[in-house]
Design a protein. Structure first.
Length: 122
């Protein structure tokens, strides 16, 4: 088998495989194509933490969930990986809901309006 240097086939593959190729936050199923293309990994610990690159503290995440709360400072002291995911998950899901609401109003809504006006080929 060739050696890959990208995340999906290379360095993140063992993490994604361990987590069943599912986002630990929203559950996106990476075993379905093309969902797999949207998977990434999430370091649960901040830069500089001694366990940051420990695979136990890295989880599968879709790209949106991985980036949704990147600027948030989390309390990581003495927490297990599952506790860290549980701490972040409600915030990530709330951010997804905000984006969904925007999409429903501004994207899907405008597309439906175009279709109703006879611009279905747009």
């Amino acid at each position: 088998m060739p050696s890959f240097t990208d995340a999906l086939r290379g360095y993140a593959h063992t993490i994604l495989k361990r987590d069943g190729s599912r986002c630990r936050y929203c559950g996106l199923d990476g075993t379905q194509w093309p969902n797999w293309l949207y998977l990434s990994w999430d370091h649960l610990l901040p830069v500089g933490h001694p366990n940051r690159n420990n695979p136990d503290f890295i989880v599968a995440a879709c790209r949106f969930c991985n980036e949704a709360c990147n600027r948030t400072v989390w309390d990581v002291a003495n927490k297990t990986p599952d506790q860290l995911v549980a701490q972040k998950k409600p915030h990530v899901l709330a951010k997804r809901a905000e984006y969904r609401s925007f999409w429903e109003q501004e994207v899907r809504g405008s597309r439906l309006g175009e279709q109703l006006r006879g611009k279905e080929d747009v």
